[in-house]
Design a protein around this ligand. Structure first.
Ligand code: FAD
Ligand code: NAP
Length: 369
């Protein structure tokens, strides 16, 4: 159990919420290294638990069996053990079964038989939404039996244990949206944003150690770090680690966010590192500060010659953040750099980036999600 000892927003005025959290692990025996992730077990939103119990026409002290403990209260099971902020297929199938013949039953049957429709339907609904649409009697135990257990969430640690003894820092983007005129939150980020009190709340955590996403043990090696958005997290840890170990290699950080004014995460720290000569280069891409979107890969392409020279000189290349789009685009930019500045044919450039740099030399490392 780790106590939350600090929490503050680092994106004030941007329209999105990204927060910095500090957890105390003093006396716990937990150890970590820069590059590791922290796992945490979230709890559900208290109001959502209450509203779900009301919707079920049940009582919070109703006893239910949850599989691995004999019996617990409905409230406790919903608070800590099961996913209730997004609905699942099993529940919908039960509702369908309970409905008497008629239009609602046929409607649900059509959704259940079309995987694309089903995904669309469940994406925007929780159990309350479904119970609002289809009126059937469901006992607390029947409800519990359809739910999925809560899975822990991972966060890249944004501190080095050498700089913050007994602490773990995280950089977390809060997932928020509104469906059917109700505000919704991601499970873990909603818990972090709404369900904790600083210096009071304790959260069950564990360390997910990384094997590959580590700074070179040879401190004289140069590193290039690409971390837009919350992808910045491990690089704050890396810089703290490099400074604390007296590493002599050059450090180049690429950071991207929406606006320089409101989302330049840890700006003062980067400027201090620049002033002291610890950060050799800082290249930013603020996507919404001008008409055309500018992303980190545009800056990488524009700095292609110098990146190529760093790589030829043995530099390591790290990417952290969005897996679906950003990491793929940065990957493509790297291949283009090998083509243009390494004078390679496309296949050679792909082989160099995918095989030589990534698999053989382990100098291209990714922490993407
Ligand atoms: C190795 C690793 C490291 C990570 N590091 C970090 C980190 O440093 N910082 C960080 O912030 N995150 C990080 N993540 C992501 C993190 O683990 C969680 O996935 C993220 O915080 C969301 O969790 P959640 O429980 O709040 O959201 P969930 O409850 O899991 O919900 C997220 C989902 O909500 C859905 N959703 C989004 N918008 C809508 C909408 N409008 N309508 C309906 N559904 C919607 C999407 O399907 C989305 O996938 C990392 C992940 C991994 C695997
Ligand atoms: N799976 C997805 O669809 C997806 C995508 C992104 C983030 N996420 C999740 O959303 C949460 C918040 O993310 P975050 O706060 O870390 O920041 P983010 O949403 O990744 O945004 C950070 C910066 O990256 C820019 N960006 C958008 N598309 C990009 C691309 N293809 N290449 C390079 N940069 C790009 C954004 O610009 P603009 O916003 O102005 O375009 C913004 O300036 C995280 O939980 C993350 O996992 C999910």
């Amino acid at each position: 159990m780790a106590k939350v000892v600090d929490s503050y927003t680092i994106s004030e005025g941007s329209g999105k919420e990204t927060n910095h959290y500090v957890f105390s692990i003093k006396g716990s025996g937990i150890r970590y290294k820069s590059g590791d992730a922290m796992g945490l077990f979230p709890k559900n939103n208290e109001q959502l638990v209450k509203d779900t119990i009301v919707k079920l026409r049940a009582k919070r002290n109703d006893l239910v069996s949850t599989g691995d403990v004999d019996e617990t209260t409905l409230e406790n099971a919903l608070m800590h053990r099961f996913v209730i902020h997004r609905a699942g297929r099993k529940f919908l199938a039960m509702v369908h079964e309970k409905l008497g013949k008629g239009k609602p039953k046929r409607e649900l049957e059509a959704i259940l038989n079309d995987s694309h429709e089903l995904e669309k339907y469940l994406f925007v609904r929780d159990y309350i939404d479904i119970m609002n649409e289809y009126k059937v009697k469901i006992s607390p135990q029947e409800f519990i039996d359809t739910l999925s257990p809560i899975a822990p969430r991972l966060y890249s640690i944004s501190s080095s244990p050498k700089a913050h003894l007994g602490e773990i820092h995280l950089t977390v983007a809060i997932v928020k949206y509104n469906n059917f005129e109700r505000d919704r939150f991601g499970l873990a980020t909603g818990d972090l944003a709404k369900g904790i009190s600083v210096n009071e709340t304790e959260v069950p955590i564990y360390i997910q150690p990384t094997r590959d996403f580590v700074i070179p043990s040879d401190g004289s090696k140069d590193i290039i770090m690409v971390g837009p958005g919350t992808g910045i997290a491990p690089f704050r840890a890396f810089m703290e680690e490099r400074v604390n170990t007296g590493a002599t290699g050059k450090n180049w950080l690429f950071f991207g966010e929406v606006h320089e004014e409101s989302t330049f995460f840890y700006k003062d720290e980067w400027f201090e590192y620049m002033k002291n000569g610890h950060l050799t280069k800082l290249t930013t891409a603020f996507s919404r500060d001008q008409k055309e979107k500018i992303y980190v890969q545009n800056r990488i392409t524009n700095n292609g010659k110098e990146i190529w020279d760093w790589l030829q000189n043995g530099a390591y290349f790290f990417i952290c953040g969005d897996k679906q789009y950003m990491a793929k685009d940065v990957h493509k930019a790297l291949i283009n750099i090998a083509e243009e500045h390494g004078k390679m044919k496309k296949e050679e450039a792909e082989h160099y980036i995918n095989q030589t740099l990534m698999k053989e030399e382990h100098r291209y490392l990714r922490d993407v999600y």
